[in-house]
Design a protein around this ligand. Structure first.
Ligand code: UDP
Length: 363
């Protein structure tokens, strides 16, 4: 059995690492990795492959820094050429990026089974490019692995029961990865002590979603809120290069501490030692929860509604006052992180077993 896995963005490397690690126990399954190049920054790509111990990609497409149309189009063209040569049984795509959609579309048109990991998530905001990518990818996928029951329900509401595709709740493969890297990150504590930060006495924040970075009013409001919080507790922001160049262009000089994007182990070390997390990232919202940290989400919707429903995450959008109030109102004595919201950390194993069973059916 042969899989082609498409990766291109930071969280996809993390998720793919969990699957590749689990695949090591299945010598009968060959995995070929295509790296589209969507995230090309050193700290966001090369370091990830090294740290995560992902098998080196057989193909590097080096497609980045383009508009959505050009990027998705070129990826589609290049991935198709590779699939024609590799002829895999399954193409595995993760999450909601342009690489995800391009991989799924290329495979589907070649009648290769499309496997979508992290299927069924919805923000219900079609202005987000990620939402468009998710919905289209889900619709053309043959096997959909949802991280939560909420995601399964979302697909049901869209009529998936009537479609010729298989939907499973596998649990969240990101949880597999977080559990594995947690121990490895334990000796990485120097990242925060080296920055003269004290355990639970600093705040970790990230901003990279287009809805915030490409809207000047929202971006300024978030920066102001982070500046205010920084006066109370140090705020550290590993800043995405895109956000960094936008701030420069707008001549915004944050008061908080901006650092280059960091590797995943450093990120886990920072998250697990922070007082709380502020972010517009999808993955980081869950990691905050995995490591027992409250999350203030700088978005109007989240795909990870369980966190909000359990009072472990608050949506503030980009509203400066709301962000400040959310920060002020955090009370760890009433928070309960002891609930299993994302499966048992064995999602990769579950996925592989289902694919093997499906492969037998096709044979
Ligand atoms: N991350 C990282 N280094 C950073 C910032 C984020 O390793 O400097 C990790 C973070 O811990 C999470 C993932 O990248 O696992 C999230 O990626 P991103 O925010 O790019 O995407 P999203 O989750 O929003 O799709």
């Amino acid at each position: 059995m042969k899989l082609v896995t498409i990766v291109g963005a930071r969280p996809q490397f993390i998720k793919a690492s969990a699957l590749s690690r689990a695949l090591a126990s299945y010598p009968d399954i060959e995995e070929v990795i295509i790296h589209t190049g969507q995230h090309f920054d050193e700290n966001m790509s090369a370091v990830f492959f090294e740290e995560m111990d992902i098998p080196a990609p057989k193909y590097n497409l080096d497609i980045h820094s383009l508009g959505h149309g050009a990027m998705t189009g070129r990826m589609l063209e290049e991935i198709e050429k590779i699939l024609v040569v590799e002829r895999p049984d399954f193409v595995v795509v993760y999450g909601d990026t342009n690489s995800t959609l391009a991989g799924a579309l290329a495979a589907k048109k070649l009648h290769i089974q499309v496997v979508h990991i992290e299927a069924g998530l919805r923000s219900f905001n079609m202005d987000m490019p990620e939402e468009v990518n998710r919905i289209l990818t889900d619709r053309i996928s043959d096997i959909l692995f949802c991280p939560t029951m909420t995601a399964v329900q979302n697909l049901k509401m869209e009529g998936f029961e009537a479609f010729d595709s298989k939907v499973y709740n596998s649990g969240d493969i990101m949880y597999d990865a977080a559990l594995f890297f947690k121990d490895k990150a334990a000796n990485k504590a120097s990242i925060y002590s080296g920055m003269d930060l004290k355990e639970n006495e600093f705040i970790l924040a990230t901003i990279h979603r287009q809805e915030n970075t490409d809207n000047q009013a929202r971006l300024r409001s978030i920066i102001n809120a982070l500046n205010s919080i920084h006066r109370s507790k140090p705020v550290i922001v590993p800043l995405h290069p895109r956000t960094q160049s936008i701030l420069k262009k707008l001549n915004i000089q944050p008061e908080f501490r901006v650092i280059e994007p960091v590797g995943y182990l450093d990120m886990i070390a920072l998250t697990s030692h922070a007082y709380l997390v502020l972010t517009d990232s999808g993955g980081l919202q869950k990691e905050a929860y995995f490591f027992g940290k409250y999350c203030i989400t700088l978005r109007d919707q989240t795909e990870w509604v369980e966190l909000v429903n359990h009072g472990l995450n608050q949506l503030t959008g980009a509203d400066e006052d709301k962000i400040w109030e959310a920060y002020q109102s955090v009370d760890y004595s009433v928070l309960n992180f002891d609930v299993q919201l994302y499966g048992d950390g064995q999602a990769a194993q579950f996925i592989i077993e289902k694919l093997r069973a499906q492969h037998k059916v096709i044979e």
